[in-house]
Every structure is written in structure tokens, then in C-alpha cells.
Design a protein around this ligand. Sequence first.
Ligand code: FES
Length: 171
Amino acid sequence: MAQGDKQQHPSGDNRFKLLDRAITKHQGRGDALIEVLHVAQGIFGYLENDLLIYVAQALKLPLSRVYGVATFYHFFNLKPNGEHTFVLCMGTACYVKGAEHIQTALEEHHQCKFGHTTKDNKVSFITARCVGSCGLAPVAVLDNQVVGKLTPEESIKRVEQLMNTPLEVAQ
Ligand code: FES
């Protein structure tokens, strides 16, 4: 899968293209691991297994080393606590188009700050940098599904749907 800057994630997820750019910038050097993981977390909100495997292959590092670094540093989140994730893009295009209002509306509605999980453990609210779909700004990624042109009202509705969706159906 990983061939320097030629790699392409089979999911077609645009976020991997952004990650590829960061990897290319560091010329796929293994000593850029921490920086690449930072970029990955900024794009995806947290470092799920698939992402760690992708980074390991792209940087030609043993997966054990990538896991080791990702688990050693407290600033890396390996997974959210909630059953579902709402990753709100706070990149420039989304910010300009009102992502901040979405954040405020959701925080008030659910009494839960971004960076945290609702009390019932249903949804983790996470922010990310550009997720690669600027034309649809403002954008959020709900359980890996990109949803664009969001409004605060629509976001609240979507999160409520998410909370009522059993995990196995949502994925
Ligand atoms: S800034 Fe949000 S998708 Fe690019």
C-alpha cells in the first residue's frame, strides 16, 4: 500500500491525501515519526489502528515502534471513549464558514466540551484540522462519514441520530 508519496488509501478517504502530503514533506523519513503522528491526529482527531499501520508502512518503520511512540506520549489519543465520534473540522475554510458556531451549539446542547465524551459515553466530540473537503465547508466526520454544509441545527440533529444509532449499524 505504501509507496512513498504514491500511496493511496483504499478507502478513498481524502484525509489520507493530506497525510500523504505531510509524509512526502518529510521525505518518508522515519525520524519524522512524531511530527507525522501529530499531523495525523490533527487531521483525523485521534490515531486509530488503521492510521498507525498506514504511517508505519509509509515511513517504513516497524508497527511496534509506531505503537510504542503513539502510546508513550500523552498528547496522542489512540481512540475516543465514546461509541461514536463527531470530528468537527476547524481548518480555515470551515472556520470561516462557521465551524465555531457548530462547536458552541453542540457544546451547549450536550453540555459537553469538544475534546470530551458525553456522559452516557455515546459520542466523543473531537476537533481536527482540514479534513480535505473544503468545498463542503463547514464539514464534520461522523463515524468516518464526511458530512458537509453543516449548520448548528443540522449538527445537533445529526448527533442525536448518531446517539440513537447502534454502533454496528453506524459503521
Ligand atoms: S478546512 Fe475543513 S475541510 Fe478543509
